[in-house]
Design a protein. Structure first.
Length: 598
């Protein structure tokens, strides 16, 4: 056999060089295959993020997508919508892969038909929602913050409550999902156990962030604008009232006597100073503007229940006051509740035409022995109550005024004020006992001197009060009365709500609230009148320190939490208008109500 002489032919370059023991051809082939594989894999994975894919199975299309349609994340004024994956799939690759692996369980659920019917889905949806709440809580709501960020949230474009809540979130370490459940789907907070919600929504110190200076600057700007608007509105109202009074004076000059006015059905105008405070120069006393709103069936239990009230945790755990979140939105809240359009269902029996709020002014003064109050507000036309014969709940009193002063040792007393006395089993409240229940608790009814209804009371006067309403239990604790000796001790310790009431004819009652509403005949004077300008004026006084049981002594250097209620239009029970917690002090400009010495 003949051999060929000369050098061997060179191998192609892709076979001649090696890297890590592999020819370049092999490496290039693997690289190309990897690109193809990765491109196909990533394309397929991204395809599963498309809205069309997410709603392709009937479970998602029929049970979930219909809830999402029309929400702010679907359609909005900016034209930027969020689809399923924007909220439920992380953006970064590692966490995205982890989420996709976990999603394989959902495929198994599809195969086995775990949620194949509306009934099955509803039975599982709370757990499904909880899974998402917990996932988003653990990641500091990273999916939300892909689009929303505190640095870009300007208070100038937010409602007052949102401003405060976002400030709280940054300072205490809360995250988006703590408050924003049910924004694209059905809100299931009311189905979740309150204890679970309380633990889930607790602040996480790891989430605390510095409040951006841009946020603080924006907040200062909008608060300045709102203060200016409020001042302008007040000036316009005062000018309108002055014009009305001038017209009245002119009419009187034309011999329209007071008797003729009374015959025409117009009540007498309150005399300057009045009989109750003849030495008080009200023109020298600055007034405090107060908004009293319609509360419906919002009870002390309701405000503490996380399943019913989203602000329960900040109130009970964070130390917030009611005014922290709601001070600047009382008109809107009152309107929603009074018309029965509030999502919480706080007014099941709306009264057509009843106003949602009352704008009132309060002046307060004192001398060495007595404190004086003058409350004024505009009258409104009569709106008959459809569920009361004759349309007037209290035909003898077109108006009633109540003032409460919070005593010591009352649960959440300084944060909620008189709300601490309003319970879910009081008159016209959702768990008010019927005649049968009252009849079965004869001893308690006798001790409470209850005549067919349960008056307001303090939680301290009961051995237990049901707040959560677990397993269908009635909220409240009217029949869990503490021993009389314990109640007497509370009274001696000052644990009560001082209560003063004034009626349309000028009569008054001084008393307190503890186990029930008690009238103690303490010293008090009052007068009430409807002026020709359509303004109600109620003036009342009481000693600064009477020493009587149930009277909170008012002393210089102390700040008190008070609350006011107006029953207008012959209203009774809960169908009144109320303030939130309000601070009061003697000769202290820092208090909301500064009681000026004269």
């Amino acid at each position: 056999m003949t051999k060929t002489s000369g050098p061997e032919p060179k191998k192609p370059i892709w076979r001649r060089y090696f890297l890590f023991g592999m020819p370049l051809a092999g490496i290039a082939g693997i690289f190309v295959a990897g690109i193809i594989f990765w491109g196909g894999f990533n394309t397929a994975m991204e395809a599963t993020n498309e809205l069309e894919f997410c709603v392709s199975c009937h479970e998602m299309g029929d049970f979930i997508y219909t809830e999402y349609e029309g929400t702010i994340h679907d359609v909005n004024r900016s034209g930027v919508g969020a689809v399923c994956s924007d909220c439920h799939v992380p953006k970064d690759w590692t966490h995205k892969i982890i989420r996709k692996i976990k999603a394989s369980k959902e495929v198994w659920g599809k195969i086995t038909g775990v949620i194949s019917t509306a009934e099955k889905f509803d039975a599982h949806r709370l757990q499904l929602a909880m899974n998402e709440w917990e996932r988003m809580k653990a990641t500091d709501s990273v999916e939300c913050r892909n689009c929303h960020h505190f640095d870009s949230m300007m208070p100038e474009f937010q409602a007052p409550r949102a401003r405060q809540q976002h400030m709280n979130a940054m300072e205490t370490g809360q995250t988006c999902i703590d408050c924003h459940k049910g924004i694209a789907h059905l809100d299931l907070r009311d189905r979740a156990d309150p204890d679970y919600l309380e633990a889930l929504e607790a602040p996480n110190p790891d989430f605390i962030r510095e409040v951006p200076q841009a946020y603080l600057d924006s907040l200062a700007r909008i608060e300045a604008v709102e203060a200016e608007q409020a001042a302008t509105t007040k000036a316009e109202e005062e000018a309108a009232r002055a014009r009305l009074l001038a017209a009245v004076d002119a009419a009187r000059a034309d011999e329209r006597t007071l008797v003729e006015a009374e015959m025409a059905g117009t009540a007498t105008e309150a005399a300057a100073g009045g009989n109750v405070a003849p030495n008080v120069d009200w023109d020298a006393i600055a007034s405090t503007d107060m908004t009293l709103f319609y509360p419906g069936q919002a009870s002390f239990e309701w405000v503490q229940n996380g399943g019913q009230h989203g602000g329960a945790r900040p109130l009970t755990k964070g130390g917030d006051e009611c005014t922290t979140c709601h001070a600047k939105e009382l008109e809107a809240i009152g309107q929603r509740i009074v018309t029965g359009t509030d999502e919480g269902g706080l007014e099941p029996t709306p009264i057509p035409g009843k106003r949602g709020h009352i704008n009132a002014t309060l002046q307060a003064s004192h001398d060495d022995e007595t404190v004086y109050f003058r409350l004024q507000w505009p009258d409104a036309g009569h709106n008959p109550v459809p569920f009361v014969e004759g349309g007037k709940m209290d035909p003898d009193n077109q108006v009633k005024v109540a003032m409460m002063v919070t005593g010591t040792g009352i649960e959440l007393g300084e944060q909620v004020g008189c709300w601490a006395t309003c319970h879910a089993d009081n008159t016209y409240m959702p768990f008010a006992p019927d005649a049968e229940a009252l009849g079965a608790a004869g001893d308690v009814v006798a001790a409470l001197q209850a005549e067919g209804t349960i008056t307001k009371y303090l939680t301290e006067s009961r051995t237990s009060v049901e707040v959560k309403g677990r397993r269908g239990k009635a909220q409240g604790g009217w029949d869990k009365l503490a021993e009389s000796a314990q109640i007497e001790q509370y009274l001696a310790d000052g644990t009560y709500m001082d209560l003063m009431r004034v009626y349309a004819d000028g009569s008054s009652e001084n008393g307190y609230l503890l186990e029930r509403r008690v009238v103690n005949d303490g010293e008090m004077a009052a007068e009430a009148s409807l002026g020709v300008d359509g303004m109600w004026t109620v003036i009342f006084s009481r000693p600064l320190n009477s020493g009587a049981p149930g009277d909170v002594a008012l002393e210089a250097g102390q700040t008190y939490t008070v609350g006011f209620a107006i029953h207008d239009d012959f209203a009774a029970a809960r169908f009144h208008h109320v303030t939130l917690n309000t601070s009061l002090a003697l000769d202290d400009a820092e208090a909301t109500i500064n009681v000026i010495g004269q």
